[in-house]
Design a protein around this ligand. Structure first.
Ligand SMILES: C[S@@+](CC[C@H](N)C(=O)[O-])C[C@H]1O[C@@H](n2cnc3c(N)ncnc32)[C@H](O)[C@@H]1O
Length: 387
């Protein structure tokens, strides 16, 4: 955070150099429920016609559930930003000729072209609609910036955006939450993210600028990507249902002498329950600052704050070598990634995982549980290090 945090100011545009312009919350289901919302896009106006498919196609993984949930909500009407607002966004991000500006959902290319023409930056526009991409190319050529402004027909949720030093979003409220995860995990520290709408949950923007244009007030927000936000995403936040939490602790035979780690602890429920009902000490590791706060508040509320520590860390960089029990509810590939470190723990350390295996490591015990009137299947597995 900089000294500009929470700064609010009324914006005076810089003068242009050359003119201007209800699903289950199980991760299993997240992964196995592919679907498409694209049929609805025909009913909406530009630029939603561009943005909605960008955000609803491809990347058939953890974003699926969010997309499904959102598809039930009505689409709000979108109004394109006036040129002053685009200038305010680029000014607020303090764009210079050294920057590479990625505009996600670039439409006719106006932000990228303005970044190239007015600020001398390089720009990349990403849009799912090939006609818009062609139009943007044409406009860049007309503006004489085609060497600095390029456009790609691609899905912003899948495209490599790691070369960006500035990301601009002029997306509807529906778009930003779905992009949040990608921005957190794919951008380099120091990259500025500029948006008219909130992007990073639980994190105030470093800079907020108001601009009046066409009789309306717009608010531009700027965030700078921090180190933790570039950590690998081992799994989205999907809490383990409490009956499964209790079963995990029971299978691991957690007791007062134990030190229970939850790798990717979310709201801290597993370590808090271990402390509350088994008297164990617990350490929850979580890279999402908002969830860390929630977990600490939960530990306070449950009266176990003295037994539970929540660390705001990346699991892949954290030290959990003193664990006697490790709880996991991460994606299969994340379990696989952590396997060497888990198997290097002290012999006899109990590992208990919700739903997913740890590669081909054979568990000593597997229990299947059906929840919600026998409609939702969950699996809990137990391993002992050294077996
Ligand atoms: C499926 S949730 C599990 C939450 C909790 N363990 C439970 O079972 O209720 C996975 C959690 O891992 C966190 N996570 C993902 N990648 C992480 C990383 N690299 N470092 C720390 N936490 C991470 C997510 O933010 C999320 O809260």
């Amino acid at each position: 955070m900089t000294s500009q945090q929470d700064e609010k100011e009324v914006y005076t545009p810089r003068r242009p150099r050359q003119g201007s312009e209800k699903t289950s919350r199980s991760i299993l289901q997240m992964i196995h429920n592919p679907h498409s919302n694209s049929a609805r896009t025909s009913k909406v106006l530009w630029p939603r016609v561009i943005f909605f498919p960008i955000l609803s196609l491809g990347c058939q993984a953890v974003n699926e559930t969010r997309l499904q949930e959102d598809s039930d909500k009505p689409l709000e009407r979108f109004e394109p930003a006036p040129p002053e607002v685009l200038t305010a966004m680029l000014d607020a991000a303090q764009v210079t000729s050294a920057d590479t500006v990625y505009d996600l959902g670039s439409g006719d290319g106006r932000i990228v072209i303005q970044a190239a023409r007015q600020y001398g930056a390089h720009g990349v526009g990403i849009d799912i609609d090939d006609q818009r991409v062609l139009l943007a190319h044409e406009r860049a050529r007309e503006a004489g910036v085609e060497t600095r402004a390029t456009f790609r027909q691609a899905d912003a949720l899948c495209e490599d955006i790691s070369a960006a030093t500035v990301v601009t979003l002029f997306l509807s409220l529906r778009g930003n939450p779905r992009l949040e995860e990608r921005l957190r995990t794919h951008l380099r520290p120091g990259t500025r993210v500029v948006s008219l709408l909130p992007v990073f949950t639980g994190r105030k923007p470093e800079r907020t600028v108001r601009v009046r244009a066409a009789g309306k007030e717009h608010t531009v927000h700027v965030w700078t990507v921090q180190g933790a936000e570039t950590s690998p995403n081992l799994g989205p936040f999907v809490p383990t249902p409490m009956p499964i939490v209790r079963l995990m602790l029971e299978m691991a035979q957690v007791g007062p002498k134990d030190l229970v780690y939850d790798l990717g602890c979310g709201d801290g429920r597993i370590v808090i329950e271990a402390a509350r009902t088994h008297g164990a000490r617990g350490v929850g590791i979580e890279y999402d600052a908002r969830l860390c706060k929630e977990a600490r508040e939960r530990a306070e509320r449950e009266g176990v704050a003295d037994l539970v520590e929540i660390r705001h860390e990346d699991v892949t960089l954290s030290n959990f070598s003193d664990a006697t029990v490790v709880a996991l509810y991460l994606l299969p590939k994340s379990n696989e990634l952590l396997r060497p470190r888990i198997q290097a723990l002290r012999p006899g350390t109990r590992i208990v995982a919700h739903d997913f295996e740890i590669g081909d490591w054979k568990p000593r015990e597997t229990r299947e549980v059906w929840l919600r009137d026998n409609t939702e299947r969950r699996i809990v597995r137990l391993w002992h290090v050294g077996e």
